[in-house]
Design a binder for this molecule. Structure first.
Ligand code: MTE
Length: 313
């Protein structure tokens, strides 16, 4: 499913491209190699480059330590910016996140379109360190900053018919070059059952490592559901819609035989093409056992009582 992107001069808005050229030129990284007067000053101070993880640990296991800032922000999946792990960090720079509006609508008494600041303002912002597991078999430990999704849903007052939540990413092929290729049926859509969305572990993240989210991590607003595979964590959200029926996510649409709606981390249910029993922790070569619900079973297993998790994968 790889596709190649056109050269960055074609996919980056020109002003940003020129600025980047200028920055690189100043840093002495273009043309003259490293022989440039600004090279030292252009680099952030060391403690800036490797910020300290902030937050309360949630569900961490012995041996879990936060994944480095470089890996968290340099090894990403964000197909709107390319399908390689390093594409988002490269191609998402300059992505415009201000102004940003979020619409909450559907089966709610108080639908509305909000400037991001107003959408976030009444909520408590928390720093929480979560284990994260990607369906591809790798994992990280990430210090997120965000608010509870439950909080914004409550404010919109869901009607009694609302049973699911559908979330949608920005559609902007001019800024998101991946959307010019039919890799997925754009825009990226994900969904949760209402009780999953209302669970206190479910976050709308605005930051990581105590800083604003870098664009490659889903700025300015992305979903974090630590007991589900990473693809549920939809990035750069512009719409949250309460609905009666199970939404069809982009991955269900693309490969229905491989990706179900629930996507709960489950070492006992293999992906049709590979085992899910173990995972590689990014930053080490160690493979570790994958835990049911990614280690959050005590908090979330009751949401699925009585369901056959082999069928509802
Ligand atoms: N959201 C959008 N809009 N587009 C994507 O391609 N990739 C998903 C998810 N959210 C994706 C997305 C996948 S597969 C994963 S594993 C996580 O984002 C990765 O999040 P991270 O890069 O912050 O670790």
């Amino acid at each position: 499913m790889r596709f190649s992107l056109p050269p960055s001069s074609e996919i980056t808005p020109e002003g940003v491209y020129l600025n980047r050229r200028r920055f690189l030129a100043t840093a002495g990284l273009i043309g003259a190699g490293l022989v440039g007067t600004g090279s030292i000053h252009a680099l952030p101070p060391r403690d800036e480059a490797q910020p300290k993880p902030l937050g309360k640990p949630y569900g961490l296991q012995p041996g879990d330590t936060p994944t480095s800032w470089e890996d968290v922000t340099g090894y990403n999946n964000f197909y709107e910016f390319g399908t390689g792990k390093e594409d988002p960090a490269e191609h998402a720079q300059g992505f415009r996140t201000t102004p940003w509006t979020v619409r909450i609508d559907g089966l709610v008494e108080k639908p509305g379109t909000y400037a991001l600041e107003d959408f976030l303002k009444p909520s408590v912002v928390e720093d929480r360190i979560y284990r994260m597991r990607c369906v591809e078999g790798w994992s990280m430990v990430i210090p997120w900053r965000g608010i509870m999704l439950a909080d914004v849903i409550k404010r919109a007052k869901p009607t009694s018919k609302a049973a699911f939540v559908e979330l949608t990413t920005l559609m902007d092929p001019a800024q998101m070059p991946g959307q010019r290729y039919p890799v997925l049926d754009w825009p990226y859509v994900e969904g949760l059952r209402l009780d999953e969305a209302m669970h206190p572990l479910t976050l709308l993240a605005t930051g990581v490592y105590g800083r604003e989210l870098p664009p490659q991590n889903g700025a300015p607003l992305r979903l974090v559901v630590p007991w589900k595979y990473g693809f549920k964590g939809i990035k750069s959200i512009v719409r949250i819609r309460l609905v009666e029926r199970m939404p069809r996510s982009s991955w269900m649409q693309a490969i229905p035989s491989e990706y179900g709606f629930y996507a709960n981390v489950n070492p006992a249910v293999d992906h049709p093409r590979w085992s899910q029993a173990t995972e590689r922790r990014i930053g080490s070569f160690r493979r570790i056992p994958t835990l049911p619900f990614n280690g959050y079973a005590d908090q979330v297993a009751s949401l699925y009582a009585g369901m056959d998790l082999r069928k509802n994968y």
